[in-house]
Design a binder for this molecule. Structure first.
Ligand SMILES: Cc1cc2nc3c(=O)[nH]c(=O)nc-3n(C[C@H](O)[C@H](O)[C@H](O)COP(=O)(O)OP(=O)(O)OC[C@H]3O[C@@H](n4cnc5c(N)ncnc54)[C@H](O)[C@@H]3O)c2cc1C
Length: 304
């Protein structure tokens, strides 16, 4: 559509979808569905990091989420709590341990990313933030005065004025309905890179499959790149996107040697574990929790 609102079609030999995930934040419900009452309470829930938090001075604000966005929000709000007596900040984590949330410390090759976690830990130690772990958001109950957040096990965070649900984003595939795509059914990432970025297995930042070959879709000449190619996986860095685009454009220009080359070197995070099993176990780096043998249809066997 042009500036005057006139629509037209544009022919192209190839299309690269780099439209990101920013438009589709995840809900607060811990199972990926909106929690009960979440849409009714929408006036009291934000899904982006706040720029200006001054309006929350003197109130109880809750941050839901374990990623860098949530950590940013917690830091902004805890500075407000320091300046404005009566402000309370509660940080709700689905996972049972906050260990990985505080980052990789000296093991993180991006110092500013590492600093985020250590600053958050300091705010908790100073009593400016109340950390609640193992809280799986199930329901929002709004009354005339405030909001109550209820977990699946019945635990509750009460007297809440506002919630920042910073639980990640997912790609918008609506415009691709008529286009043949190959996306991972579990987390919407491009299937060709999905096994390397599965947040249930690892999030240490390492990923090698990232070029035109892996990103090409069944629709001829169509590629998905950037954070959208990662689907709901939370570990994307711009560096990966630059490498993806370098490879795809080399492929389109006919330089297949350059397209096949992998020039990506990612800084290690020093921690691993995005979601899923890691919510219960702060697992070891870049490996799924050890497999357990499950026998079906047999008598229980004592191991030991
Ligand atoms: C809060 C936050 C902080 C982050 N910090 C970092 C960081 O410090 N370092 C880092 O490497 N990564 C960071 N990331 C990850 C970051 O998302 C990516 O690195 C980078 O922005 C992704 O680039 P992208 O081009 O794939 O998507 P985006 O930057 O999201 O760009 C997508 C663009 O497509 C446009 N668009 C969407 N739909 C359409 C459409 N239908 N038609 C046309 N245009 C459309 C959007 O308006 C947008 O401009 C951060 C992410 C978040 C959410």
């Amino acid at each position: 559509m042009d500036q005057d609102g006139n629509e037209s079609r544009l022919g192209a030999r190839a299309v690269i979808d780099a439209s990101g995930t920013w438009g589709l934040p995840n809900p607060a419900g811990s199972d990926g569905f909106p929690a009960l009452g979440e849409s009714k309470a929408s006036a009291s829930i934000s899904y982006r990091i706040p720029d200006d938090v001054s309006e929350f001075a003197g109130s109880h604000v809750v941050v839901v989420g374990a990623g860098h966005s949530a950590t940013h929000a917690v830091l902004r709000l805890s500075e407000l709590a320091r300046r404005s007596p009566g402000t309370r900040v509660t940080w709700v984590l689905r996972r049972g341990s906050a260990t990985n949330v505080f980052g990789g410390g000296l093991g993180d090759e991006l110092p500013e990313r590492a600093a985020l976690g250590s600053r958050a830990r300091k705010m908790i130690d100073e009593g400016l933030v109340n950390l609640v772990t193992g809280f799986r958001v199930a329901e929002f109950r709004q009354d005339s005065k405030s909001l109550t957040i209820v977990a699946e096990d019945g635990a509750a965070v009460t007297d809440v004025a506002h919630v920042f649900a910073l639980t990640g984003f997912r790609p918008d595939t609506e415009m691709l309905r008529e286009v043949r795509t190959d996306l991972d059914p579990a987390f919407d990432a491009v299937a060709g890179i999905a096994s390397e970025i599965d947040p249930n297995i690892h999030s240490c930042g390492s990923v090698s499959a990232t070029g035109a070959k892996q990103l090409a879709q069944p629709e001829h000449g169509f590629f998905i790149v950037g954070v959208k190619s990662y689907g709901r996986a939370p570990t994307f860095l711009a560096l990966t996107g630059y490498e993806q685009v370098r490879s795809v454009t080399a492929h389109l220009a006919g330089d297949h040697e350059a397209a096949a080359r992998n020039e990506l070197v990612l800084p290690g995070t020093g921690v691993c574990g995005g979601s899923g099993d890691f919510d219960d176990n702060a697992g070891s780096c870049c490996a799924a929790p050890a497999p357990a043998l499950v026998q079906i249809g047999l008598r229980p066997v004592t191991v030991g």
